[in-house]
Design a protein around this ligand. Sequence first.
Ligand SMILES: [Fe+2]
Length: 201
Amino acid sequence: MNNNCWYSLNIDFSNALRKDWEWKVPDLKKSNIQSESSRMFNTEWLSYMNSIGIPISHSLLFYRISNGNPLRAHVDTYPKHYSSTDQIDINEKNYNLIPYALNWVFEGEDSEMKWYNLPDEIPDTKLSMTNAQYIDYAVSDLEEIDKTNIQSYFTLVRTDVPHTVITNEKSRWAISIRSSVLYNWNNIVNHFRSKNILIER
Ligand SMILES: [Fe+2]
């Protein structure tokens, strides 16, 4: 099995953010995640994403303080009533897995995103502090399969196997962009490859 869980994408993100969009440090006592609508992005950039077959539905802003070494990893899910292509049906649970996200990372140059094998046993989902649904695992029970220090490039990341982010001396911002087109992992990789946007590893 190919364990590649990330690919750099040749997508220009330099002018994607609207000029009037402001970085706001989330209230860390409540949550380190803020949902932001697509008003974060310029219409031109959203049109470009539409033109390559990946319409953007929403995005999440993650802020990780320095020296964060979480003992838990998670898999992203969404409730089953949400309609999409390529649905992944997990043992009649009431959720599907979200196969991928498009991440842009600011600062946190010494941070790392890590991925782990997906255990056979799938526990129930947990709600995060922002009501996002996650399947949560102890990192100590998992086997690491891939890692990267995401910088400079807009990056396709796999989110249907356990993953986590480790920070060192620098805190880290990430914009995680989600599309309504939920191809499974192999299909999204092949989609970007067919558009000559994927940078092979
Ligand atoms: Fe995630």
